[in-house]
Design a protein. Structure first.
Length: 133
């Protein structure tokens, strides 16, 4: 039996659910989960869900952006960053916030395959490289 990738499962799920009346979604999801279990692929569930979300986001024009900071953002900081990101990327955003104390300070953004690193750690690394030349 050929193994099915999480992305392929997500594509199948998206095709099944697209245009399905709301009343039939629960039943379709149960059938889908049984199929995944029958194929011994339940360990792929997180990756299937992420892939499905990416497909749905792309279809709806939503951009997911991960905002990484050294400490948790308070509500005011989150709102300010969200406003700036909406100016740059448009209104349809999903902002995911992560913390990484190793950043020391600043912000690191990840969207799609792009990473914009404005962290203090990155600046210190660049400075160290410049000083050793």
């Amino acid at each position: 039996m050929q193994k099915i990738s999480p992305k392929k499962y997500a594509i199948i799920l998206h095709q099944v659910l697209s245009g399905l009346p709301e009343k039939d979604i629960t039943k379709a999801l149960k059938v889908f989960v049984k199929m995944v279990a029958r194929n011994k692929s339940l360990s792929k569930a997180d990756r299937i869900i992420r892939s499905y979300q990416q497909i749905a986001d792309r279809e709806q024009g939503v951009t997911e952006i991960t905002v990484m900071t050294a400490t948790d953002l308070d509500q005011h900081q989150h709102t300010l960053i969200a406003q700036d990101l909406k100016k740059m990327f448009g209104e349809h955003l999903r902002i995911k916030q992560e913390t990484d104390a190793g950043l020391i300070g600043g912000v690191k953004l990840k969207y799609g395959d792009t990473i914009v690193d404005g962290s203090i750690r990155q600046r210190l690394q660049a400075l160290a490289i410049a000083l050793t030349k």
